[in-house]
Design a protein around this ligand. Sequence first.
Ligand code: ZN
Ligand code: ZN
Length: 402
Amino acid sequence: MPMPPSPAPEASKPIRNMRITFWGVQGSCTISPSRADVDEYARRVATETLERSIRDIAARLERGECSTQTLRALTGPDALDAYQRQLGIPSLPTFGGDTTCVEVQTAHGDTLLFDLGSGLRAFSHHAVAHWPMGRPRTLHVFASHEHLDHRNGLPFASLCFDRTNPFTLHVHGPRPALAALDDRYGFFSRELSTVMHYDDPIDFRNVSATFIGTEIRTPSDPSAPSADPPPWNARDINDPIRIGQTTVTPFEVYHARTQCLAYHVRHADASFVFCTDHELRHGDDPSDPRQIRSMEAEARVVAHCKGADVAYFDGQYFLEEYEGRKGIGGNTPVNRMDWGHSCIEDVIERSGQCRVRRTYIGHHDPERPWDERRKIDEDLRSISRDAHSHIALARAGTVIEL
Ligand SMILES: [Zn+2]
Ligand SMILES: [Zn+2]
């Protein structure tokens, strides 16, 4: 099974409002296809190819265009190659690969990035190669939270090391997300810390890109106030961010103990909601503070998703997997309450309730086999009511025009 394709180079047609590109949608950790995934993919390609060729030969026989001789002639290497090209290669969906990184390009030439997971590596090669001449090399980054799978693309991003044409990354996000980048790399303070090089050998001295930070202050910030002012700016979560003609409205979701932000993006009459690592909690005690936080967060998600053109949601589990009644991919069942991720059933319900036009479910569980993901995607597409309520599993390489 090949890895998800890289998105095509920037399309020549102009952007109406926004062009959204999924560079990474895998949850928790980057994955490669397993042996079983590759075998199943190959089996399905072989089956579909056989079906195409049998249908083709049957049609030729009916038309009297086929004989034992012509069939024998097809088995020569060149003839077989030509026949295969004529039949084509079955196109099967691919899922998995890199962790969260979603790009939004706007009609006014701004580039917004949502999370810096390992999908950033492929985005970065594309950005360095195709950045339009004369356009400021500034990326507006919106971080959901500090977890590793949402920032592990940075040390591998070529745009960090382009000394000929250095980039500027303006990173917006909750305090722990900015603190993680500063502790690990010194990107904002440009000072060495004791935990640098724990994760990898990069720090700000290796990097040519300039980092600017803006903390988005949330009411539930659990971090103790520090005597030293942080090396970044701050703004209130209720204060929408304007990037050119685009408005980005942050809002808090429930990701158990840490702060996690989702973002509503509007450009003219088009809207996109990026909402990863949010858990609609299935606790049985409504007075549990965690249950209250989750329900309050869900109300915010619903409010921001009403009538959205496109929404990207975390849907890592099915309910029976979340509750630990069934293992994922045949593995041991584990109760996932307060792991910070939502159930696919809840995402479907929310999308219907909010009348989201196109819903993409991402943050795929690493344990879920490729063929199961393919089947879930088929099921989701079959319940899509019409062209105005499309729902599917997110795939890296998807480009959406709004
Ligand atoms: Zn995550
Ligand atoms: Zn997380």
